[in-house]
Design a protein around this ligand. Structure first.
Ligand code: GLA
Length: 397
C-alpha cells in the first residue's frame, strides 16, 4: 500500500502546522439495475463500492490549484487569476478541470467569491478503480474535487449535509456534459456523493427523489467481473444511444402526453415504425419496471428474484439496447451457467467494462476460479474479480 502522505510531501514539499494535509475518499459505484435510463427520467439502483480514490489535499495561500495523480502522468495546474481553464490534451485532467471551471463560472454569475478561488490547494490522488471499466472512476474524481472545493469554501460539515452533496453531484454532471462532452445522466455522480453503507440507493432521476434500500446479502455475495476489454468508442456510442432515445420520445410525444421516455408504456411502442428506435424504447420501458421489481425483491431479501431480474436486464441491454458486445456477453453467460450463480449482468455504460454476479456464499471461491478459467479460454483475456460491499459516498476522513 502506498503511503499517500510520504508521496504528497515528496511531490509538494513539507507542510507547516497551519497548512495541514486533509484526506478524502471517493468511491466508485456499481449499478445493480436501471441501466441507460437515468437520462430518460427513469429509476436507478446503484451502490458505492469499497474501491475508489484517496485524495490528500493541502490548502495554499496562492491562487493556484495543483492536482497530481499517482496513476497518471502530469500535473493539472489551474491559475485562477489568469483563468487558465482551456481543455488539456491529457484526458484525465479535464474531469477535475471541468468541475473547477463550472464552479468558478457559477460564482462569477452570482458575483460571489468563494474562499477557495482566493486561495488555492495542492492535491494528490491515488485510485484503485480501473479506469474506463464502468465503475465510475471519472465521477469519483469529479466528485472528490467538487467536495474539496465546497468543503474549503463553505466550511460546512459536508459529511452530514445532503443538500450540498446533491448540489455538488449536479455540478459534476454538468461539468461532464458541457466541459468533457459526455452527455451522461446523473446516476454516477449522485451515487458517489449520496450512497450509504449497507444500502442501495433508489434514485428517481427526473425528480432526484431518493430512498435507501437495505442491501444485506447474508447467504449470497456479489462480485464485480472485469472483462478487461477497454471501452472502445464508448463515449460516442453513449451519445448516439441518448440521441436515439430522444428520437423515440419525440415520436411518442405526438400521440401521448409524456415528457420523458420512461413515462411511456409498452402500448406506445406501436407508434414507432423504425425497428431500432422501437427496441431502444422497449429496453428503457422494461428496464424501468425491473428497477421497481428489484427494489421490492431486495426489501424482501429475495435474491433469487433479484438474480432473475439481473439476467433479464442483461438480455435487454444485449438485444434491444445493444451496448454489451462479445466480451460482456461471453462473461455474463459463463457466470450465469456456473454453479452457485443466481444472476449476472453488465453494469455501467457497457461496450466493455464490468459485469456483476450474485453467487451463493459457499460456492463463491469455486465460482471465481471456474469463471476466470473459462473466460480466459473463450476470449484470451484475463478476468479481474473484486468483492462487493455497499459503502458510504464521498467523505473527509
Ligand atoms: C454511464 C453514465 C450514467 C448512466 C450509465 C448507464 O455510467 O455516466 O449516467 O447513463 O452509463 O446506465
Amino acid at each position: 500500500m502506498l503511503d499517500l502522505t510520504t508521496l504528497f510531501i515528496e511531490r509538494f514539499g513539507t507542510s507547516t502546522a497551519e497548512q495541514s494535509v486533509q484526506y478524502y475518499f471517493s468511491p466508485g459505484r456499481v449499478n445493480l439495475i436501471g441501466e441507460h435510463i437515468d437520462y430518460n427520467g427513469g429509476q436507478v439502483l446503484p451502490i458505492a463500492i469499497s474501491q475508489g480514490i484517496r485524495a490528500a489535499v493541502r490548502p495554499t495561500t496562492n491562487k493556484l490549484i495543483r492536482i497530481q495523480s499517482i496513476n497518471n502522468n502530469g500535473e493539472l495546474t489551474v491559475d485562477i487569476d489568469t483563468e487558465g481553464f482551456a481543455k488539456r490534451p491529457n484526458n484525465w485532467m479535464n474531469y477535475p478541470l471541468g468541475v473547477i471551471y463550472k464552479l468558478w463560472k457559477s460564482q462569477q454569475k452570482l458575483k460571489k467569491h468563494l474562499r477557495i478561488f482566493e486561495t488555492g490547494f495542492e492535491m494528490l490522488i491515488d485510485s484503485n478503480l480501473p479506469m474506463g471499466s464502468g465503475l465510475s472512476s471519472s465521477a469519483a474524481l469529479e466528485v472528490v474535487v467538487a467536495y474539496v472545493l465546497f468543503n474549503q469554501s463553505y466550511k460546512k460539515n459536508l459529511n452530514q449535509n445532503d443538500f450540498m452533496r446533491v448540489t455538488l453531484a449536479i455540478l459534476c454532471q454538468k461539468a461532464e456534459n458541457d466541459f468533457v462532452g459526455v452527455k451522461c445522466g446523473i446516476m454516477d455522480q449522485f451515487a458517489v456523493a449520496m450512497s450509504k453503507q449497507n444500502h442501495a440507493l433508489l434514485l428517481e432521476c427526473d425528480t432526484l427523489r431518493y430512498q435507501y434500500v437495505p442491501f444485506q446479502m447474508r447467504k449470497y455475495a456479489m462480485v464485480i467481473l472485469n472483462t478487461n476489454k477497454p471501452r472502445a468508442l464508448a463515449d460516442s456510442k453513449y451519445n448516439e444511444r441518448k440521441a436515439e432515445c430522444e428520437q423515440a420520445l419525440n415520436i411518442i410525444k405526438k400521440h401521448s402526453a409524456i415528457k420523458q421516455l420512461c413515462e411511456a408504456t409498452l402500448n406506445d411502442l406501436d407508434f414507432i415504425d423504425n425497428p431500432t428506435l422501437l427496441r431502444r424504447a422497449r429496453h428503457v420501458i422494461t428496464e424501468n419496471t425491473r428497477v421497481t421489481q428489484t427494489a421490492k425483491a431486495l426489501i424482501e431479501g429475495n435474491w433469487i428474484q433479484v438474480g432473475e431480474l439481473l439476467n433479464l436486464s442483461h438480455q435487454s441491454l444485449r438485444d434491444d439496447y445493444e451496448v454489451t458486445g462479445f466480451e460482456l456477453d461471453t462473461l455474463s453467460s459463463i457466470a450465469r451457467h456456473t454453479e452457485g450463480c443466481v444472476g449476472s449482468r453488465m453494469t455501467g455504460a457497457g461496450f466493455g467494462g464490468c459485469a456483476i454476479a450474485i453467487v451463493k456464499n459457499e460456492l463463491l471461491e469455486d465460482f471465481k476460479i471456474t469463471v476466470a478459467n473459462e473466460y480466459h479460454k473463450q476470449t484470451g483475456l484475463r478476468l479481474g474479480i473484486y468483492d462487493v460491499s455497499a459503502q458510504d459516498g464521498v467523505k473527509e476522513l
